[in-house]
Design a protein around this ligand. Sequence first.
Ligand SMILES: Nc1nc2c(ncn2[C@@H]2O[C@H](COP(=O)(O)OP(=O)(O)O)[C@@H](O)[C@H]2O)c(=O)[nH]1
Ligand SMILES: [Mg+2]
Ligand SMILES: [Zn+2]
Ligand SMILES: [Zn+2]
Length: 284
Amino acid sequence: MAERFSCAICLSFSSESKSDYFVSTKGGHIFHYSCIKRVIDRDEFPTCPVCREPLSMATLTRLYGIESPDIEEIPRKNPDAPCDHAFKIVVLGDSGVGKSALLRRFADNEFQPNMVTTIGCDLLFKFVDMGGKTVKLNMWDTAGDEKYRAIIPSYVRNAHAIFLVYSITDIITFNHVQDWLKFANDHGPENAIRVLIGNKSDQESIRMVPTRRGKELGQSEGIPFFETSAKEAHNIEAALRTATAEIMENPDLVQAADNITARSRRRLMYTEYPAEPPPSLSCC
Ligand SMILES: Nc1nc2c(ncn2[C@@H]2O[C@H](COP(=O)(O)OP(=O)(O)O)[C@@H](O)[C@H]2O)c(=O)[nH]1
Ligand SMILES: [Mg+2]
Ligand SMILES: [Zn+2]
Ligand SMILES: [Zn+2]
């Protein structure tokens, strides 16, 4: 079950033309550009048709590379395949909120109900097309347990985007988002894109965190907010593409990413690492 994008105004999954792309609001709602532009042009004080938040063209993020549902994903199983940019995305949040499940869903389109617990950290990658550019997303999955916190600062250090994840079924994980935000602010780059994620949106019957609470937190921190489900492949691709698009729109972040890529290429050339470093080297 791949994630399908549908416009919340016209309910269509596809867009007819390349110029009619999808956009995401800061509140995690997806529309065709042309559909939402009509709303913004028409109303004096335009609001999101789904959540009624004030809207302007400036608060929309373009979701590149999903103009048509027929577009094939870039099937790159080789992590060393060439790309235009490589970005580092880090996922933070309490243990059990679904960080690993989210990344597995996005990277491999898989969901395993009984996945082994992440020890330390894990590195997944995915190539995405972003408006004609091939972008490699290196996604670092951290373990949320307190005892691992000591080793995480180095993971967020060069992050281009930081995902802060809680579970909508567990208010404690939501309350801890403040701690994770502080962690991200203390150790991560100031300009890294931050995204708030309320996961397990399929578990409506045992919901403990109202959507409104997530929305308010996202707004007060000035960061996009999405409710997602790794189980049902809901909104994950939207969240990751929003973050990637926001990185692409920040020349400093792109420059920082390209510098790191160039440095690691040089290092590879000089030191003749084996083509595939052992997993222990590539991660913790
Ligand atoms: N119903 C539901 N369960 C989920 C979802 N995401 C993760 N889970 C389950 O929640 C548990 C913890 O997930 P995991 O990815 O290991 O959490 P992590 O510790 O944050 O990496 C596992 O049993 C998952 O199957 C989701 O979106 N919906
Ligand atoms: Mg995990
Ligand atoms: Zn539409
Ligand atoms: Zn909205």
